[in-house]
Write a protein that binds this ligand. Structure first.
Ligand SMILES: *Cc1c(COP(=O)(O)O)cnc(C)c1O
Length: 392
C-alpha cells in the first residue's frame, strides 16, 4: 500500500534523546576538567541520583547489564543456583544469570500489565532458587509487596530490572527506594540517557561497597583518585573484578538529564494521555492498563491489537506503520524464541500463554519529550487509517 500524501508528512522516529545546551555544557565541563574517566562528575551524578530515587547508595556503572551482573555478585549467586525472570523481557535480564552458570527460570507475565505474574513466580520456586528479577515493563512497577512477601517466605533476593522505571512509583514510593538492589539503564533509548550507562541502588552498605569494588577491577574503592591531586599511588586488589565503571563524560550527560527527568516524564505522560484518549474507544485497539496504585515512567507506550476485529496481523500492521513513516518497536520477542534459548534450554511457547498472547498483538509507539503535538496526531491518524482499511 502506498502512504497517502496527506498523512506521510515526515518520518517519526521511534526514539530521540532530549539533548540540549544543558547536556552539551555539562559534557564540555567534564572535557575541560581534563579528567575523562570516572571521577568527581560521576560522584556528583551518583549523589544526585541517590537523592532523587531516595536510595541510601547509588553506584554508577557502564550499563544496566553490568548493574545486574554486579547485583547478583553482591548477593553471592553461584553456579547451579536458579533465578526467576519473566519470559517477556530483554535478553540482558537472563544473560546476567547465565554469567554465573546459574539457571534463568522463565515465568509467564500478566496479560494486562505485561509484568511478571506472582502466582507463576511462586510455582517456579525450588530449593535452588536464590533470587527473582522482576522487570517493570514499560515503567509500570511489578507487584512488589507480593514479591517481597515471597522473598521473605522463601529467603530470596529481589533484584529489580528497573531499566524502564525512571521515574516510577509503587504505592506512592519511587522505584529505587524499595528493592534489595535496583538496577537502572541509561542506554540511548531509555528515559534518562548517558549514551551507555547504568546504576545500582541499594540500602545495604555492604552490597554498595561490593559493587563499588567490583566495578573497577576489584581494587579498593576510590582507586580512581590515585592519579588525582592528593590521591595515593597505593591500591590493593581484593577480588577478581570487572571494568564496569562509568566515565565523567557520561556522568556529565547524566547530571544534566537528571535535572529535567520530571519534565521529561510530564511530556511522555501527556503523549500517553493523548494516545489513550484517541485509542480507547476503538474496539480494534487495546490501550495500556496501569494498576491504580502505581505510576509508570511511560518509557514505552505498548498498544495491542484486537486481532479478532482485524483482517491483518500484528506483523502486517507494523509493515504498514513503517510504510507510513512511523518508527516502532516490539517489546519483547519472548526469550524462548531466541535460537540461543532453543539450543540451550527446554522451554515451550505453550507454557507461556500470556507472553504468547501479548507477543502476537503488541507494538510500542513513539513516546519521547521532543515529539510535537503534530507528531502525536500523525501517529494517531495513521493508525486510524490502517484499522479503518483492515477492520473486519
Ligand atoms: C535496556 C534494557 C536492559 C539493558 O540495559 P543496558 O543499559 O543496555 O545494559 C535490561 N533490561 C531491560 C528490560 C531493558 O529494556
Amino acid at each position: 500500500m502506498q502512504p497517502q500524501e496527506s498523512t506521510a508528512i515526515h518520518y517519526i522516529q521511534f526514539h530521540q534523546a532530549h539533548i540540549t545546551d544543558d547536556e552539551i555544557k555539562e559534557v564540555i565541563d567534564s572535557l575541560r576538567s581534563g579528567w575523562l574517566t570516572m571521577g568527581p562528575k560521576t560522584v556528583k551524578f551518583e549523589e544526585a541520583f541517590a537523592n532523587y530515587v531516595k536510595s541510601p547508595y547509588a553506584v554508577a556503572v557502564n550499563s544496566c547489564t553490568a548493574a545486574m551482573h554486579l547485583a547478583l555478585k553482591a548477593i553471592g549467586l553461584s553456579a547451579g543456583d536458579e533465578v526467576i525472570v519473566p519470559a517477556l523481557t530483554f535478553i540482558a535480564t537472563s544473560e546476567v544469570v547465565s554469567y554465573f552458570n546459574a539457571q534463568p527460570v522463565l515465568v509467564d507475565v500478566e496479560r494486562d500489565t505485561h509484568n511478571m505474574d506472582v502466582a507463576a513466580v511462586e510455582r517456579a520456586i525450588t530449593g535452588k532458587t536464590r533470587a527473582i528479577i522482576p522487570v517493570h515493563y514499560g515503567g509500570q512497577p511489578c507487584d512488589l509487596d507480593e514479591l517481597h512477601e515471597l522473598g521473605k517466605r522463601y529467603n530470596l533476593h529481589i533484584i529489580e530490572d528497573a531499566a524502564h522505571a525512571l521515574p516510577s512509583y509503587y504505592k506512592g514510593k519511587i522505584i529505587g527506594s524499595l528493592g534489595d538492589l535496583t538496577c537502572f539503564s541509561f542506554y540511548a533509548t531509555k528515559t534518562l540517557t548517558t549514551g551507555e550507562g547504568g546504576m545500582v541502588c541499594t540500602a545495604n552498605p555492604e552490597w554498595a561497597e561490593a559493587v563499588k569494588v567490583l566495578r573497577l577491577h576489584g581494587i579498593t574503592r576510590d582507586a580512581w583518585k590515585r592519579y588525582a591531586k592528593g590521591g595515593s599511588w597505593f591500591y590493593e586488589v581484593v577480588e577478581s573484578g570487572f571494568k564496569y565503571n562509568m566515565t565523567d563524560v557520561q556522568a556529565g550527560l547524566g547530571v544534566a538529564q537528571l535535572r529535567k527527568v520530571d519534565w521529561m516524564l510530564a511530556r511522555r505522560a501527556e503523549i500517553a494521555r493523548t494516545y489513550t484518549q484517541a485509542f480507547c474507544s476503538r474496539e480494534e485497539l487495546l490501550v495500556p492498563y496501569i494498576k491504580p496504585d502505581r505510576q509508570t515512567a511511560w518509557h514505552l507506550y505498548p498498544l495491542k491489537l484486537n486481532l479478532e476485529t482485524l483482517k491483518i496481523d500484528r506483523n502486517q500492521f507494523i509493515e504498514q506503520l513503517i510504510d507510513y513513516g512511523i518508527g516502532i518497536g516490539v517489546h519483547f520477542i519472548p526469550l524462548y524464541y531466541h535460537p540461543y534459548f532453543q539450543k540451550n534450554f527446554d522451554y515451550h511457547p505453550r507454557d507461556f500463554i500470556n507472553s504468547e498472547w501479548i507477543y502476537q498483538r503488541v507494538v510500542s509507539l513513539p513516546i519521547y519529550p521532543d515529539m510535537t503535538e503534530a507528531d502525536t496526531s500523525q501517529v494517531i491518524n495513521i493508525i486510524f487509517d490502517i484499522i479503518q482499511k483492515h477492520k473486519r
